[in-house]
Design a protein around this ligand. Sequence first.
Ligand code: ADP
Ligand code: MG
Length: 178
Amino acid sequence: MTKKELRAQMIEQLKNQSRTVKTQRDQQLVSNFIELETYKKARTLATYLAFPFEFDTSLLIEQAQKDGKRIVVPKTYGKGKMVFVSYNAADLEMNAFGLKEPRSNQTVAKSDIDLIHVPGLAFNNMGYRLGFGGGYYDRYLADFAGSTVSTAYPFQMLDFEPDYFDIPVKEVLQYGEL
Ligand code: ADP
Ligand code: MG
Protein backbone atom coordinates (compact mmCIF):
# COMPACT_ATOMS: atom_id res chain seq x y z
CA MET A 1 0.00 0.00 0.00
CA THR A 2 1.27 3.50 -0.78
CA LYS A 3 1.44 6.19 1.90
CA LYS A 4 -1.49 7.89 0.19
CA GLU A 5 -3.68 4.77 0.32
CA LEU A 6 -2.68 4.13 3.92
CA ARG A 7 -3.59 7.70 4.88
CA ALA A 8 -7.09 7.35 3.40
CA GLN A 9 -7.59 4.03 5.14
CA MET A 10 -6.44 5.37 8.51
CA ILE A 11 -8.65 8.46 8.30
CA GLU A 12 -11.58 6.16 7.54
CA GLN A 13 -10.80 3.98 10.57
CA LEU A 14 -10.37 7.02 12.80
CA LYS A 15 -13.74 8.38 11.69
CA ASN A 16 -15.35 4.99 12.36
CA GLN A 17 -14.14 4.76 15.95
CA SER A 18 -17.13 4.84 18.30
CA ARG A 19 -17.39 8.09 20.27
CA THR A 20 -17.73 6.22 23.55
CA VAL A 21 -14.61 4.15 22.95
CA LYS A 22 -12.72 7.20 21.69
CA THR A 23 -13.60 9.25 24.77
CA GLN A 24 -12.40 6.45 27.08
CA ARG A 25 -9.18 6.05 25.13
CA ASP A 26 -8.56 9.81 25.07
CA GLN A 27 -9.00 10.08 28.83
CA GLN A 28 -6.68 7.12 29.39
CA LEU A 29 -4.09 8.55 27.02
CA VAL A 30 -4.09 11.87 28.87
CA SER A 31 -3.66 10.07 32.21
CA ASN A 32 -0.71 8.18 30.78
CA PHE A 33 0.73 11.28 29.13
CA ILE A 34 0.92 13.26 32.37
CA GLU A 35 2.83 10.42 34.02
CA LEU A 36 5.69 10.71 31.52
CA GLU A 37 8.93 12.09 32.97
CA THR A 38 9.34 14.21 29.84
CA TYR A 39 5.92 15.76 30.52
CA LYS A 40 6.60 16.34 34.20
CA LYS A 41 9.88 18.09 33.41
CA ALA A 42 8.55 20.11 30.47
CA ARG A 43 8.02 23.82 31.00
CA THR A 44 6.94 24.39 27.41
CA LEU A 45 4.81 21.72 25.77
CA ALA A 46 3.95 21.72 22.08
CA THR A 47 0.75 20.01 21.04
CA TYR A 48 -1.68 20.56 18.17
CA LEU A 49 -5.28 21.50 17.49
CA ALA A 50 -6.79 18.27 16.19
CA PHE A 51 -9.50 17.16 13.79
CA PRO A 52 -12.54 15.69 15.62
CA PHE A 53 -11.53 12.14 14.63
CA GLU A 54 -8.05 12.52 16.16
CA PHE A 55 -6.96 12.26 19.80
CA ASP A 56 -8.72 15.09 21.65
CA THR A 57 -5.83 17.40 22.48
CA SER A 58 -8.14 19.82 24.31
CA LEU A 59 -8.08 17.40 27.27
CA LEU A 60 -4.30 17.53 27.33
CA ILE A 61 -4.21 21.31 26.90
CA GLU A 62 -6.60 21.79 29.82
CA GLN A 63 -4.56 19.51 32.09
CA ALA A 64 -1.23 21.04 31.06
CA GLN A 65 -2.56 24.53 31.76
CA LYS A 66 -3.58 23.37 35.26
CA ASP A 67 -0.06 22.00 35.64
CA GLY A 68 1.36 25.42 34.83
CA LYS A 69 2.93 24.54 31.48
CA ARG A 70 3.26 26.94 28.59
CA ILE A 71 1.38 25.45 25.64
CA VAL A 72 2.44 26.13 22.08
CA VAL A 73 0.64 24.95 18.93
CA PRO A 74 1.57 24.95 15.23
CA LYS A 75 1.06 27.72 12.76
CA THR A 76 1.71 26.73 9.16
CA TYR A 77 2.86 28.65 6.13
CA GLY A 78 3.16 27.56 2.53
CA LYS A 79 6.13 25.45 1.39
CA GLY A 80 5.91 23.09 4.35
CA LYS A 81 7.00 25.67 6.91
CA MET A 82 5.64 25.41 10.45
CA VAL A 83 6.35 27.38 13.61
CA PHE A 84 4.96 27.12 17.12
CA VAL A 85 3.10 30.00 18.77
CA SER A 86 1.74 30.32 22.33
CA TYR A 87 -1.75 28.87 22.60
CA ASN A 88 -4.42 31.46 23.25
CA ALA A 89 -8.00 30.19 22.85
CA ALA A 90 -9.18 33.74 22.16
CA ASP A 91 -6.82 34.34 19.23
CA LEU A 92 -7.32 31.49 16.75
CA GLU A 93 -8.24 31.45 13.07
CA MET A 94 -9.07 28.69 10.57
CA ASN A 95 -6.22 27.56 8.31
CA ALA A 96 -6.26 25.98 4.84
CA PHE A 97 -6.48 22.46 6.34
CA GLY A 98 -9.69 23.30 8.21
CA LEU A 99 -7.88 23.38 11.56
CA LYS A 100 -7.62 26.25 13.97
CA GLU A 101 -4.26 27.90 14.41
CA PRO A 102 -2.95 30.99 16.22
CA ARG A 103 -3.57 34.34 14.57
CA SER A 104 -0.44 35.69 16.22
CA ASN A 105 2.95 35.46 14.46
CA GLN A 106 4.93 35.45 17.70
CA THR A 107 7.06 32.38 17.17
CA VAL A 108 8.43 30.49 20.15
CA ALA A 109 12.01 29.38 19.45
CA LYS A 110 12.55 25.67 18.79
CA SER A 111 15.17 25.59 21.54
CA ASP A 112 12.55 26.82 24.03
CA ILE A 113 10.28 23.81 23.45
CA ASP A 114 10.91 20.92 25.84
CA LEU A 115 8.44 18.33 24.58
CA ILE A 116 6.56 18.06 21.29
CA HIS A 117 3.38 15.99 21.12
CA VAL A 118 3.45 14.96 17.46
CA PRO A 119 0.28 14.15 15.50
CA GLY A 120 0.11 11.19 13.15
CA LEU A 121 -2.22 8.81 11.35
CA ALA A 122 -0.13 5.67 11.92
CA PHE A 123 3.10 4.67 13.67
CA ASN A 124 5.45 1.73 13.42
CA ASN A 125 7.25 0.19 16.39
CA MET A 126 10.36 2.33 15.72
CA GLY A 127 8.29 5.51 16.15
CA TYR A 128 8.20 6.32 12.45
CA ARG A 129 5.00 8.07 11.58
CA LEU A 130 2.62 8.54 8.75
CA GLY A 131 1.45 12.15 8.84
CA PHE A 132 -1.14 13.90 6.74
CA GLY A 133 1.29 14.20 3.86
CA GLY A 134 2.72 17.68 4.24
CA GLY A 135 6.04 16.60 5.74
CA TYR A 136 5.78 19.52 8.21
CA TYR A 137 6.99 17.54 11.22
CA ASP A 138 9.77 15.77 9.28
CA ARG A 139 11.18 19.20 8.48
CA TYR A 140 10.61 20.66 11.95
CA LEU A 141 11.99 17.70 13.90
CA ALA A 142 15.09 17.28 11.70
CA ASP A 143 17.03 19.62 14.03
CA PHE A 144 14.90 19.47 17.19
CA ALA A 145 16.92 18.39 20.22
CA GLY A 146 14.11 17.99 22.76
CA SER A 147 11.70 15.14 23.49
CA THR A 148 8.93 13.90 21.22
CA VAL A 149 5.90 11.74 21.94
CA SER A 150 2.82 10.72 20.00
CA THR A 151 -0.47 9.28 21.23
CA ALA A 152 -1.96 6.36 19.30
CA TYR A 153 -5.05 4.20 19.28
CA PRO A 154 -4.34 0.45 18.97
CA PHE A 155 -5.30 0.27 15.26
CA GLN A 156 -2.83 3.06 14.44
CA MET A 157 0.19 0.82 15.18
CA LEU A 158 1.26 -0.58 11.81
CA ASP A 159 4.30 -2.07 10.17
CA PHE A 160 5.46 0.16 7.29
CA GLU A 161 8.71 1.28 5.68
CA PRO A 162 9.62 4.92 6.34
CA ASP A 163 11.12 7.21 3.69
CA TYR A 164 14.69 8.42 4.12
CA PHE A 165 13.47 11.90 5.18
CA ASP A 166 11.01 10.64 7.83
CA ILE A 167 11.90 11.51 11.42
CA PRO A 168 10.65 9.11 14.12
CA VAL A 169 9.20 10.20 17.43
CA LYS A 170 11.07 9.01 20.52
CA GLU A 171 8.01 7.48 22.13
CA VAL A 172 4.57 6.36 21.04
CA LEU A 173 2.10 6.30 23.90
CA GLN A 174 -0.52 3.66 23.30
CA TYR A 175 -3.87 3.31 24.92
CA GLY A 176 -3.72 0.72 27.67
CA GLU A 177 0.00 1.15 28.24
CA LEU A 178 1.83 2.02 31.51
P1 ADP B 1 4.08 13.06 6.25
O1 ADP B 1 5.33 13.01 7.08
O2 ADP B 1 3.20 14.22 6.55
O3 ADP B 1 3.37 11.73 6.28
P2 ADP B 1 5.70 12.64 3.94
O4 ADP B 1 6.62 11.90 4.84
O5 ADP B 1 5.12 11.89 2.78
O6 ADP B 1 4.46 13.27 4.74
O7 ADP B 1 6.43 13.95 3.41
C1 ADP B 1 5.75 14.83 2.53
C2 ADP B 1 6.75 15.56 1.68
O8 ADP B 1 7.57 16.39 2.49
C3 ADP B 1 7.66 14.62 0.93
O9 ADP B 1 7.35 14.65 -0.43
C4 ADP B 1 9.06 15.11 1.20
O10 ADP B 1 9.75 15.35 0.00
C5 ADP B 1 8.88 16.39 1.97
N1 ADP B 1 9.87 16.45 3.05
C6 ADP B 1 9.91 15.67 4.14
N2 ADP B 1 10.96 15.99 4.92
C7 ADP B 1 11.60 16.99 4.30
C8 ADP B 1 12.78 17.76 4.60
N3 ADP B 1 13.48 17.56 5.72
N4 ADP B 1 13.12 18.72 3.73
C9 ADP B 1 12.41 18.95 2.63
N5 ADP B 1 11.32 18.26 2.27
C10 ADP B 1 10.92 17.29 3.09
MG1 MG C 1 6.95 11.79 6.84
